[in-house]
Unconditional design. Structure first.
Lengths: 424, 376
């Protein structure tokens, strides 16, 4: 059986032929129960790979998953949990990491930032997790960051976010703001000659920072102008007045980073007010396939979204990823940008541990720069020394069925730049 | 404080106090590792709020659904001091304006706002931690109680104020840190609060403060003031017709509760290392009322046990069943309310003590007298 050959994990990256065999092998998963034990014999000694007392035995390595299963964020974070579990199952089917099966301890952050901090501490101090995959909102990341730095843990954080942060103890597998925004603005400016923009967002750090970057880019680089900039509290549902303002100021592009449930009201009211997104350009950086599930495809069809990943992306890695995801979690689940970024976390950690030949957090942190993952559904990613990922920016156009047509991607990988000069 | 024929602490009160002190100061520190002890320390900060609610709601009959506000104000005052200390020019040299808190820099604020200035001083901060929430409670209390707003209307107004405060904090993120709150706090006057040793010391400070607050609350309960509060709760008009200024007593109880909550908030910030608007709003405020209700709303000690029980259950359920724990917690609330409407304290008072009394009597000793236990 191919699986046993694959079970010696060293030196084998998840290149595409291996992954194909792996996925075929997954159907025979129960038969492979013997593989980990064989693999354990092949892995290096525990004392050598674990010098700091992490929860690692000869056959097992413990990691944590920390997302909201309950509360308002559960709807967004569920996809990330599913992706991380899928990745871990696939890695285990290949024989684990350094010859050890991954054991998962899952904790619920409960959409509550202090709970995230409490659970993060539990995962690091009590459970001695070698790595933690988790967090979604910036607020939860800000709450756990001091915990990870104090207890020297390793966090793989999946969400696109505002940047302005860099930590030895975090790998940011989503895009920071410039990676998401600049190429999209350039594209719409070049493609459609757009010069005037109306910025609208939810009122917290991510939309504010993103819009600040967008405004600087529009004014300084594109020589366009911002005709309006408005913010609404999280959960806000009355957008009629701002929609009137938008209609009066007739911007070439509505640039939207409204998040969460507010999106549903915003797009429905836009449609009800007669704003036809096939004529009025709207570019969003906050709506993925997951959000469209709630908004309804017919309400947002025609809008442009700037992401690094869309479920409809055409490449071999993605075809296999979507297929495996649907097999594990049901054919109706949709996969958004963050879900794909969450899937990268366990793989990047595995590759890094194999390069470092150790689970020690210091060695993982040091070995992370330059790690490449060729099996990424988004194509190819590489970890930058600043612990963010090099990745492409893509523009998709929303269809009525809730999926996107990918209509543009940058030719090169975009360099992550969490502290962009000239945009602060 | 005024004394009367009842002793300050009855024999049973002494017993309860000794039991609580033994639990908090000996059993927990010996039996729990640093992580769990720090968790208990966090729970105990909520117990300050529950304690305030016992005085204000259990005795005074004033149900406030906005105690999170005072917890939050106390916590924010402490957090502002710690944040300023953490935002040295050295630590923040990456910012466009070094020396101010990071979130201000992200929001294009280039100078420290005036209301942050007092928080450079530790002494002033410690004063403001209590003074700001109490002054605010005084303002709200005076405005409401002088106009004889009470009962449900008062509860709704406190809830609205808590909601307004959350919106204010979230909306003014350049000055408050917005929804993220004030994070990454490090040292208190040069003393690193993140080390295990510091956590242990803070735990003991917290427990001692809590016991101190219980004693203060007990002295209020035992005084004439306490009896007027109970009289007011049960027949407000009679107290008023007897010539007492009902509003002033209510304001006092409300301010005392606010002061307790604020101390809890400040200790929370110190032990957890950050403060966010998620403690200020309606949901946490109602949760804090639940702690008092589970403990028994007229029992000072019950408030502490209620808080510990609910939070302990919350942590235990959510660790064992991350996807189902809310149901478990809900079942616990329903069970407590159905089976023991007077909370844990009612269970002890109405079941356990009579039973213990009978057991002792059967053993030939006289049943213990129970003065001071009956509060209604």
């Amino acid at each position: 059986m191919s699986g046993e050959k694959d079970s010696r994990p060293r030196a084998e990256g998840p290149d595409s032929s291996l992954r194909r065999r792996l996925l075929m092998g997954m159907a025979a998963l129960p038969a492979m129960a013997a593989a980990p034990r064989l693999a354990a014999a092949a892995g290096p000694a525990t004392a050598a790979v674990n010098t700091t007392g992490l929860a690692i035995t000869d056959s097992e390595v413990t990691v944590g998953i920390l997302h909201s299963v309950t509360g308002t964020m559960a709807i967004s974070e569920t996809g990330s949990i599913q992706a991380e579990k899928l990745a871990i199952e696939q890695i285990n089917a290949m024989g684990g990491v350094l010859g050890r099966r991954i054991k998962v301890i899952q904790e619920d952050g409960g959409s509550d930032w202090p709970t995230f901090a409490e659970k993060a501490k539990k995962l690091l101090v009590n459970d001695k997790c070698a790595a933690v995959f988790g967090c979604w909102t910036s607020a939860s990341r800000k709450a756990v960051l001091p915990v990870f730095e104090q207890y020297n843990g390793m966090l793989y954080y999946p969400t696109f976010y505002e940047g302005l942060e860099q930590s030895k103890n975090v790998i940011y597998t989503g895009q920071e703001a410039t990676q998401q925004i600049l190429a999209g603005l350039n594209w719409i400016n070049k493609e459609r000659g757009s010069k005037s923009f109306f910025l609208i967002g939810s009122d917290y750090i991510w939309p504010r920072t993103s819009n600040k970057i967008a405004r600087k880019h529009i004014e300084a680089v594109l020589k366009g102008r911002v005709v309006g900039e408005e913010y609404f509290p999280l959960g806000h549902t009355q957008f009629n007045s701002v929609i009137n303002k938008i209609k009066l100021s007739k911007p070439d592009v509505i640039f939207a980073d409204v998040v969460g449930g507010s999106n549903v009201a915003f797009y429905k009211q836009l449609k009800a007010a007669g704003v036809d997104l096939s004529r009025q350009a709207l570019m969003t950086i906050s709506v993925t396939e997951d959000e469209i599930d709630g908004i309804g495809g017919e309400n947002i069809a025609g809008a442009f979204a700037c992401m690094k990943y869309f479920q409809s992306l055409q490449n071999e890695n993605n075809t296999r990823f979507v297929e495996a995801f649907h097999r594990m979690w049901g054919p109706k689940t949709v996969i958004g940008d963050v879900t794909q970024a969450a899937y990268l976390g366990p793989w990047l950690w595995k590759l890094t541990a194999e390069k470092a030949e150790s689970f020690d957090v210091d060695k993982i942190a040091a070995a992370s720069a330059g790690i490449e993952f060729k099996g990424a559904p988004e194509g190819y990613v590489r970890i930058h020394p600043n612990h963010h990922l090099w990745s492409k920016t893509r523009v998709g156009r929303a269809r009525t069925d809730g999926q996107f047509d990918v209509i543009y991607e940058t030719a090169e990988l975009m360099e992550p730049d969490p502290f962009p000069k000239g945009y602060q | 404080m005024m004394q009367n024929d009842n002793p300050f602490l009855t024999r049973l009160d002494w017993l309860s106090l000794a039991l609580l002190a033994a639990l908090l100061l000996v059993a927990f520190p010996l039996g729990l590792d640093t992580f769990r002890l720090n968790l208990v320390g966090k729970y105990l900060t909520y117990a300050f709020v529950a304690l305030g609610l016992v005085i204000c709601w259990g005795y005074g009959g004033i149900l406030s659904l906005g105690q999170g506000l005072f917890f939050g104000l106390g916590g924010y005052c402490m957090a502002m001091f710690l944040k300023l200390e953490a935002s040295t020019v050295e630590n923040t040299k990456i910012q466009s304006t070094p020396g101010i808190p990071d979130f201000m820099d992200w929001n294009q604020i280039t100078a420290l706002p005036w209301f942050w200035q007092p928080f450079h001083s530790l002494a002033l901060t410690l004063l403001l931690v209590v003074a700001v929430p109490v002054a605010f409670a005084l303002l709200v209390g005076a405005a409401m109680f002088k106009r004889r707003v009470s009962g449900v209307y008062f509860a709704i107004i406190t809830q609205a104020i808590a909601a307004i405060m959350t919106i204010l904090i979230v909306g003014q993120q350049g000055y408050t840190g917005g929804i993220n709150g004030i994070t990454d706090l490090r040292t208190l006057a040069g003393w690193d609060i993140r080390t295990d040793g510091a956590k242990l010391l803070l735990y003991f400070v917290n427990a001692a403060l809590l016991i101190g607050c219980i004693l203060v609350a007990q002295s209020v309960r035992r005084s004439k003031l306490g009896r007027i509060l109970v009289a007011m709760r049960d027949k407000e008009d009679r107290v008023r017709f007897s010539g007492y200024a009902v509003a002033s007593f209510k304001i006092f109880a409300f301010c005392l509760a606010a002061g307790f909550s604020a101390i809890g908030g400040a200790m929370f910030t110190l032990q957890v290392g950050f403060m966010s608007p998620s403690f200020v709003g309606i949901t946490p405020s109602i949760e804090m009322v639940i702690y008092a209700a589970v403990g028994g709303r007229t029992s000072l000690f019950g408030a502490v046990y209620g808080t510990l029980l609910v939070n302990g259950a919350k942590t235990a359920f959510s660790e064992s069943f991350p996807e189902l724990w809310l149901f478990g917690l809900g079942a616990l609330f329903i069970a407590v309310v159905l089976a023991f409407p007077d909370g844990l304290a009612g269970l002890v008072r109405n079941r356990l003590l009579p039973w213990a009394g009978r057991m002792l009597a059967r053993g030939g000793k006289p049943a213990p007298v129970r003065p001071g236990m009956v509060t209604k």
